[in-house]
Every structure is written in C-alpha cells, then in structure tokens.
Design a protein around this ligand. Structure first.
Ligand SMILES: Nc1ncnc2c1ncn2[C@@H]1O[C@H](COP(=O)(O)OP(=O)(O)OP(=O)(O)O)[C@@H](O)[C@H]1O
Ligand SMILES: [K+]
Ligand SMILES: [Mg+2]
Length: 709
C-alpha cells in the first residue's frame, strides 16, 4: 500500500470539474416542486424573519377583507396580486432550497443502516493485548455506534461511521461523498487518518475509532447544509434585514399619516389604495430575494465540492488578503515516503539502517511505516529484534522527533535542527551536532524539496552520535502555480507554512509558486502568524489538513480543511474541500464576492424601483383632488385604478423575474472595488429607476382594457 498513490483525489488537473452553470430561467418543474414549500412558508410565524414580506401579507389580508365587504374589480385584482407578491417571495426561497434536494437524497442513501463489527475494550488495552483486529468482535447495527467505539472494516465493506483509522492502511472509495471515482488512501498515524461513514473500503483491513454520535456525522451535516435547513443568517444579512425593516416601518408611518392628511384635504383614500401604495414603496424586491441569495451562494459552493459550515465565512472569503497553506498534505499530496538512506562518513550503511529501523518499528506515522518498508526491501537481513524491549517515543509536531528508548541506548530521528539540539543536550558539542558533512547531506535532500530526517543514537550516558539522514520524498500537487498566479492577480498573497526546514520549504515554495514561506513552524507559530496578520487588519484564509493545523484553521477568518485531512482539522475549520485542492480558495473567494455584489446590486435595484413607483401611484391617487399634480403624472397612465393595479402587478412580477439572477449571482470579474461599485450603481441603480416606467406603462396598456378599470 505504500506506493506513491496521491492521497488527495486526482481532480486537481481540472479544478473546475462538474460545475453545472446556474439556471438562467426557472423551469416549470422547478416551480411546481418548490410550490408546496412556498405555501408552507406563508405561515406568518415563518415570515417574521422577513418583516417586509410580513407587512405585505398583512396588507393582503386587509385588502381581502376590504374586497369582501366592498367588492370591486380593482379590489380583487390588487388582493390577488398582493398574495402573489408574498408567494413569489417564499417561492424564491423554496426554489433556492430545492436545488440541494436531489443531492440530499443521494447522500441519504449513504446513511442506510449497516452491520458494524465492534471491538470490545479500549484501544490501548487492546493494543497491549496484541493485534487489534483479532480481538473479540460483536456485531451491532451502525446506528448503535457511539463516539469512541472501535470497529473493524475489511475490503468490500462499508465504513459504518465517521472516525479515525487507528490501525492499518486501506484504499477507500469515497466517490459517494466526493463525486471522485479514484480511490484514496486512508491510514493510521498521519494526516490522512479520517474516514467518512458510508464510504467503502476497497482493499485491506482497518480499525477505526468512531468519532461521531448518531445524527451528527459528516454526511448528516452535509445533508443539512445542502438542504439549507441549518443555514444561519450572516451578520451582514441580518444588518441589511434590519435596515429594510426600518425602511418599511417608516413607510408604514408615512402611508398611515397620508390617510389622515388625505381625509383632511377631502381627497379620501381607501384602505385598498393605501395598502397598494405601501407595498409598492417598501423594499419588497430585496426583501423577497434576500434569503434566496444567501442559500444560492452556499449552493454554488456545494456544487464546487466545498462544504461551508458558516455563511459568515463565505462572505469573509470575499475579502481575503492573505492565504496561508500548510505544506505536507495541502500543497503536496502528503505522502512523504522514505526513498534513500545517506550515512555520514565513518558510519556503515547497515548501522544507519538498523538505527533507522529501530526508531521506526513502532512509529505509526506514514513516514515511519515507509522507512520500515524501505529498509525491509533494500537492507535484507537487518536484525531489529531488540526493538521489542524498547519503548516508543511518538512523533509530535512540537518536538519534531520520534524514536525508541532501549535499556542501554536511545535512538532518535527527526528534523535536523530538532535532533541537533537533542544531541547537544546529551553532551555532543554544538559544532559536531552540525558537522559539515551531515549539513551537506541535509542540504542535498532539502534543496531537492525532500524532507531530511536525521538519525542519532546515544549509547549509555555518552554524548549522542549522528549517523546519517533519511530522505523523505513528497510530490507537489499539479496545477498549483497557475492558480496561485490567479490569486496574485486578485490581490491575495500566498504564504506556505511548514514544520519542515527552510531549504526544503524554499524548494517546495519555488516549485508550487507561492509568494512567501515560513519554515520550522510549530502549531503555535502557525497560530501566531495568523494572529499577527489579523492584527494588521488583514483577512486571513488558511488551508490545512493536519491535527497540528487545527488551531490555525479555527483562528483564520476562513479555514478550509482538506477532505483528506484529520477529523480534528475538519472540525476546526469552517469549510471542507471534498477535492482537497488548496487552490479551490479562488472559487470560494469568487463566490464570496459574488454573494456580496449580488446582494448589493439587488438592494440598489429594489430601492431605485420603489422610488420610481412613487411617480406612478401618487399622481394617480391625488390627481382628481389636486389637478395641479398633473405635472407629476409623467407616465400618463390611462386611469388612477389602472395605474395602481399596474404598479402592484409590476411590483410582484419583478420578484419572479429576478429570482434567476438571485440564484445565479451577478457576474463577478476581478476588478477594483470602486469600479465594481460604479458599474453596479449604474446598471442596477439606473436600471432600477427606468424599469418601472417601462414596465408599468406596458402593464397599464393591457390592464386598462379590463372593464371597470
Ligand atoms: N515520523 C516522524 N518521525 C520523526 N520526525 C518526523 C516524523 N514526521 C515528520 N517529522 C519531522 O517533523 C517535521 C514536522 O512535521 P509535520 O508533519 O508536523 O509538518 P507540518 O508542521 O505539518 O508542516 P507541513 O505539513 O507543512 O510539512 C517534519 O518536517 C520532519 O522533519
Ligand atoms: K416594493
Ligand atoms: Mg501537515
């Protein structure tokens, strides 16, 4: 299993795969499907979230009562169209939600109950008792699994729940979740240990520690996400909603006082006319489409295989200044494999091999296992039986070393600087800890982009001896350079952060085409770098895959975890990229910007529209009482009644016409914020002012043909 199969999916060469373009018009099927949901949303308690639409509904109730008491053609026309206005609003939201339904249905198929083979006892207890997979096994339904349970999964079986591989290596078919058919490697110890419930093991046998309780799995969260049921409104969206509500409240007061003013000046206005006026003046267009815009933004991300757990992060992505990327597993495929052993002068190759083997026998990381494989293949006959008497010193990202403590000696392997300072502590003089020959070997490996692990041994209480270097190789993912260039054009600086040494980091940074790098970084350093950037007022995105990236992923404004990464990383970030493609951030940024622009454009359009409608209705209402208002009657509509009905109909139709735009998003082209603003004000502001004049005039020509108007 230790071949060089990329750990990520193989989709990197074609980052924009399978993105269906959004609809340009609504299909009848879509509308019919969305209708039941739209009707349910007419419940006033649901409408409380969008007070603008609640006011329209109250208005519709008022005109219904009015029309029953005092029936007229105009009364019923206004009433019907007011109800349609509310319905079009709920329909927009329902259509937006509907787009995720098919995907949710296929995800639900992954949740079917399977039998799981659960091990009795804790992992440590089982491990000390021998091979995990031969322990007592009980069959339980997958729904009975709880976080902490251990299960065995073999080739051909479905993984019964989310978890981390604690023993073994397997190739896994994750296509049901990621849509990518190439199998991925999942293995214990490293950053590729997380498995998703519902995916299938293709080869070998793994022991998985379940990490989620029923109902809280990754697939559960995905379903909630694509259905939009868990959508939290973002601070921006809430602020805009408050603004729209305030505007609505002002118009309610204005129109109510108009009732008295009109009465006083003998130009009495009916509840019907005033309600129609109110609905035309309040920002119904954006009120109706606001929620659909947000849902559609999340949906566009899902279509690009990115799961955003928070809408706030999607909006933040629109303003990103810096992108930090972990190296191993993010920029590279994360399959660091031992490729050669390089002993220093005076050390026999077999002695280095034995020490390296001893230091790796119990090392469950992919690096450790690949060292064992290499030595077993190339240095046959090395005896490492004494290893069983030793105790493992596990690798940690903080010490950057691992090894074995034997009764008579201690063996360490790890990052050159870490091993050098350890050797120094055992009494090895500093100049010997960085002897020129060893430094040469380290340089040689590093400058090729490889990771050097220095191997050292301390016998008794003597100073440690440095034996040589293990060359770990990793492969940079394809197509990164062009995409990082695109980011540069968008004004985003890319910085690679790695626990590796500076020379390796520089080589990989050059190959991948990032702007800058930070080497020998501990998890704390990664976190500190993000804080520093944020304190400088910059918005930071972070892409990572490892448990050691988790704090940084949590701190970043946008934290994108690779799907190949650990459970800890996926839980810490606010997005997961199912394709494990760090350059996917470009799409995330574009969608974030597009979301903000679409909301701004439709708000501008909505308000401009309402201003224009004022000129259609007010002259019509008062022209009989005040003939002087004739100068304002620039639209020359056929009758006051027809004018009012036309305005109400236009107000409702414009919502339906704009649903496709709300769902698809306003087109985003990289350009400066100010030119974007200018362009949008021009199109949506001026467009919003002109549209009602044309629309209402045309409607009036038709509506005036109706008898009684
Ligand atoms: N199994 C291991 N035993 C000893 N040392 C290791 C082992 N694995 C990695 N190292 C050393 O520790 C350093 C840090 O490794 P780690 O996987 O934490 O990197 P990182 O911080 O995630 O950065 P990146 O993923 O970007 O390379 C490596 O560069 C390597 O020198
Ligand atoms: K309106
Ligand atoms: Mg890593």
């Amino acid at each position: 299993m230790n071949d060089n199969t990329p750990g990520g999916s193989a989709t990197l060469a074609q980052p924009h795969h399978q993105v269906q373009p959004g609809p340009t018009v609504l299909s009848t099927a879509q509308l019919v499907e969305a209708l039941p949901g739209a009707l349910r949303k007419l419940d006033p308690r649901e409408l409380l979230r969008t007070p603008v639409m609640l006011i329209v509904e109250i208005g519709a109730v008022a005109t219904t009562v009015f029309s029953i008491v005092d029936p007229s053609t105009m009364g019923w026309l206004v009433t019907v169209w007011l109800w349609l206005t509310v319905l079009f609003g709920t329909l927009a939201e329902s259509v937006a939600e509907g787009r995720g339904k098919a995907q949710a249905a296929s995800l639900r198929a992954l949740q079917q109950e399977t039998m799981a083979r659960r091990l009795r006892g804790s992992v440590d207890h089982l491990r000390s008792a021998g091979d995990l997979a031969t322990q007592t096994i009980e069959e339980v339904p997958s729904t009975a699994l709880r976080a902490g349970d251990l299960v065995v999964v073999e080739a051909g079986e479905r993984i019964p729940g989310d978890g981390d591989v604690v023993e073994g290596v397997a190739s896994v078919d994750e296509s049901a979740v990621t849509g990518e058919s190439a199998p991925v490697i999942r293995e214990s110890g490293g950053d590729r240990s997380a498995v998703t419930g519902g995916t299938t093991v293709l080869s070998d046998r793994i022991v998985v520690r379940i990490t989620s309780d029923p109902g809280q799995s990754f697939v559960d969260r995905m379903i909630a996400l694509v259905e939009g049921s868990e959508r939290q409104r973002t601070p921006n969206e809430i602020a805009l909603n408050v603004l729209l509500t305030a505007l609505t409240a002002i118009f309610v007061v204005v129109v109510a006082s108009l009732y008295y003013v009109a009465d006083y000046s003998d130009a009495h206005q009916s509840v019907l006319v005033l309600t129609a006026l109110l609905v035309c003046l309040i920002p119904t267009t954006i009120g109706a489409l606001l929620s659909a815009i947000g849902i559609a933004g999340m949906d566009r991300l899902v279509r690009r295989n990115v799961l955003a757990m928070s809408g706030r992060a999607v909006e933040a992505a629109g303003d990103i200044d810096v992108l930090l990327l972990d190296k191993t597993g993010t920029i590279t495929y994360g399959n660091r494999q031992a490729s050669e052993l390089l002993p220093v002068d005076g050390v026999a190759a077999d002695d280095l091999a034995r020490a390296a083997l001893l230091a790796s026998l119990a090392d469950e990381t992919p690096e450790g296992r690949s060292i064992v494989t290499l030595i077993r293949e190339q240095y046959t006959g090395i005896d490492a039986s004494e290893g069983s008497a030793g105790s493992l010193v596990e690798f940690s990202a903080t010490t950057r070393m691992s090894g074995l403590d034997l009764p008579d000696r201690v063996i360490r392997k790890g990052a050159a600087s870490a091993v050098a300072s350890w050797a120094n502590e055992t009494g090895l003089p500093a100049e010997q800890a960085s002897a020129p020959q060893l430094t040469d070997l380290v340089e040689r490996v590093s400058s090729s982009g490889g990771t050097p692990l220095v191997v050292a041994e301390q016998v008794g209480t003597q100073p440690a001896r440095l034996l040589g270097v293990i060359h770990l190789k990793d492969v940079v993912k394809e197509g990164l350079r062009e995409r990082f260039e695109e980011m540069r054009a968008m004004g985003i600086r890319t910085v690679m952060i790695t626990g590796d040494n500076a020379v390796t980091a520089a080589a990989i940074a050059r190959e991948a085409g990032v702007d800058d790098f930070l080497a020998e970084a501990t998890p704390e350093d990664k976190l500190a770098l993000i804080r520093k950037e944020q304190q400088g007022g910059r918005m930071v995105a972070m892409c990572g895959d490892g448990t050691n990236d988790a704090p940084a992923l949590a701190q970043a404004d946008v934290g994108v975890a690779m799907n190949t990464g650990t459970t800890a990383a996926k839980e810490a970030g606010n997005m997961v990229d199912l394709d494990s493609d760090p350059t996917k951030l470009i799409d995330v940024v574009e969608i974030g910007k597009q979301l903000l622009i679409t909301r701004g454009a439709l708000t501008t359009f909505s308000v401009a529209n309402d201003v224009a409608k004022y000129f259609a209705i007010l002259p019509a209402m008062f022209v009989v009482a005040f003939p002087d208002l004739e100068v304002l009657n620039i639209m020359r509509l056929s009758s006051p009644q027809s004018a009012i009905v036309s305005a109400v109909v236009f107000n409702a139709l414009i919502i339906v016409l704009l649903i496709p735009l709300a769902l698809r998003g306003v087109r985003y082209r990289p350009s400066s914020a100010s030119s974007l603003l200018r362009r949008n004000l021009l199109i949506y502001g001026v467009g919003g002012l002109v549209a009602p004049f044309l629309g209402i005039k045309l409607l009036d020509l038709v509506i005036s043909l109706i008898p009684g108007l």
